[in-house]
Each structure stands twice: as structure tokens, then as C-alpha cells.
Design a protein around this ligand. Sequence first.
Ligand SMILES: NC(=O)c1ccc[n+]([C@@H]2O[C@H](COP(=O)([O-])OP(=O)(O)OC[C@H]3O[C@@H](n4cnc5c(N)ncnc54)[C@H](OP(=O)(O)O)[C@@H]3O)[C@@H](O)[C@H]2O)c1
Length: 327
Amino acid sequence: MTYLADKSRYDTMPYNCCGKWGLKLPAISLGLWHNFGGVDVFENGRKMLHHAFDLGITHIDLANNYGPPPGSAEKNFGKILKQDLGAYRDELIISTKAGYDMWPGPYGEWGSRKYVLASLNQSLKRMGLEYVDIFYSHRPDPDTPLEETMGALDQAVRSGKALYAGISNYPADMARKASRILKELGTPCLIHQPKYSMFERWVEDGLLDVLEEEGIGCIPFSPLAQGLLTNKYLNGIPEGSRATREVFLKKEDVKSAHDKIVKLNKIAFDRGQSLAQMALAWILKDKRITSVLIGASSVAQLDDNMETLKNLGFSEDELKMIEVVLE
Ligand SMILES: NC(=O)c1ccc[n+]([C@@H]2O[C@H](COP(=O)([O-])OP(=O)(O)OC[C@H]3O[C@@H](n4cnc5c(N)ncnc54)[C@H](OP(=O)(O)O)[C@@H]3O)[C@@H](O)[C@H]2O)c1
């Protein structure tokens, strides 16, 4: 049965254009990398998706390999879409990606036309969709010419299986080149998805300038440094948190970031915000940022992160204090 969405879902969330393009994304988007796979509690993911939509989070980000097992986040998302949210398809921006290891053999990863287009077909099947809104090359491939990978994105758009093309994890020089190739092909690059947080600032060394020059949007992933930039690890490593799994976030990472987290938390407290809210606002202060792409494991985390929107401004003093901690 169709989920009865909150009528006030568009009252609070700001929507920003992707660079110079007409597509607008919510200031906060939700990614399904963790907590939506076959190993996770389906009903929890379902509740989060309903709640996110009620909050005005219209953009849901996936990739072929999200799970575990790989592909299961797309399958679960497809199931929830069919059961509950299908009637809202035109209110949703759904993205997926191809680039990381997905199936055995030489055509199961990276950036060949063979892999990228086969992967998109598989993703559409898993999600039960006719098209995705944004299709990304998930990472640059050192062995495949950019022309080939960008040609595959162009083909995905021309075939109607994707509405827009995007790139992820491309360094500044390659992003510029990719953008020029796509422009020539007639399918512009809509958006770049880089890793960016207070703890990971490589995009400030050129990428954001390129995106601005080329008119491309920017949607940073892991803006909370996978949970480090929240109150979660202030007093140890709680049961069930990402760091306990020791895969993408390690206990060692928590240990080495602890002093900074405590100091940043104090600055956030003085601003009347949670640390997660300050970390998200800190990214959104740059007008070149279209949206922050968060992950969540509960509805409460979504609510906490949504409160970010109540205080997006920073004084010069606050910014200086943050820089001192991050040095
Ligand atoms: N393009 C790429 O290569 C790439 C790579 C990685 C991610 N991504 C995309 O980016 C999305 C977000 O990545 P991410 O999950 O690493 O983002 P993140 O927002 O930095 O971390 C999310 C994690 O932080 C914790 N958290 C979130 N809000 C919280 C709050 N208010 N209070 C306490 N803890 C909170 C939760 O950890 P617990 O689960 O421990 O509760 C949550 O799972 C992914 O889902 C994916 O769509 C893309």
C-alpha cells in the first residue's frame, strides 16, 4: 500500500541547484551504503526511508555494490519503493553508480563501456526501475581512457536509462577532462561526489574550483567522517556502531580522532548544536556545495541531522576556532 507521506514534507528543506543545472537536490541527501543491506534489519531501513521522505529528503543515493552482500541495498530499496513509495517516483531523485568490484572476471569493475552499461542494467533490474535520475562513474579507471567511460555515461543517458551523468572520486584534473568530454558528447556532467568532511579536505585544493568553473554540482559523501564527527564516539565505541565492525571505520580511527572530536563537540555545544549538526553546516557554508550526503542507522539520527538547517551560519571566530582544532 502506498505510504501516506507527510503533507508538510516540503516546508523546511532547502533545495539547491546542481551547479549551473536545473536539477535541485535537498541540502541533506541520504545514502544507502550501510544499514540497508541484506544483513541489516529491513524494517529499520524502511522506516528510515519513509521518515527521510517526510523530512523532504528527496534524494536517495545507491551504488551497485552497496550491501552487504553487494546489490542487496538496491534490492531492498526496490522492494520498499514498490511497496510504499512507487506513487512518489517523480518526487524522488535516485542515483546509482558503477566502478567498484561487482562480479568476477575482467568486466566486473572499473570503467570499461562493457562493465558500466551492464552494471546499469543490473541495477535497474534490482531496483525495479526504468531509469535512474543520476548515474555515476564511481571511480576513475587507470586502464580505460576517460573517453570510453564518459562515452558509456553518455550512452546511459541517451538510452533513457539515466537522466543525468555524474562522476565520483575523480581528482580535479580528471574531473575537468571528464567534464569537457561529456560536454562534447552533449551529455553534461551534472555533479561530482567526492569524500569531504572536516577531517578530509582534499576537495579544497582545486576540485571545488574546477566544479565551479565547469558549472558542476558537488555532493560530498561521508560528511560526518562515518560517524566520527558526531557525539557517538565521545565516550568510547558503542555496541553496534560502524567502528565495531572494523571494516570501513576502525577502532584505531576513533582513538586517533578522539581529542579533536571532544574539542569540536565543545564548539558545537557553544553554538547550541550537536557535533553532527555543526559538521554538516560547516560543509554547507560553501555555496559550491549542492547537498551533503549522509548515512544513518536510525530515524533519530535523521532527525538530529535535519536540525542542522536551523543554524547554518558561522562567525569568523567560530571558523577560526574550528581551524585551530583541525590543524
Ligand atoms: N562515492 C563513493 O565512493 C562513496 C563512498 C562512501 C559513501 N558514499 C555515499 O555517501 C553516503 C554517506 O556515507 P557515510 O555513511 O559514510 O556518511 P556519514 O554521514 O559520514 O556517516 C554516517 C554514519 O554516521 C553515524 N551518524 C549519522 N548521523 C548521526 C547522528 N546524528 N548522531 C550519531 N551518529 C550519526 C551513523 O553511524 P552508525 O551506523 O554507526 O550508527 C551513520 O551510519 C553513503 O551511504 C553513500 O551513499 C559514497
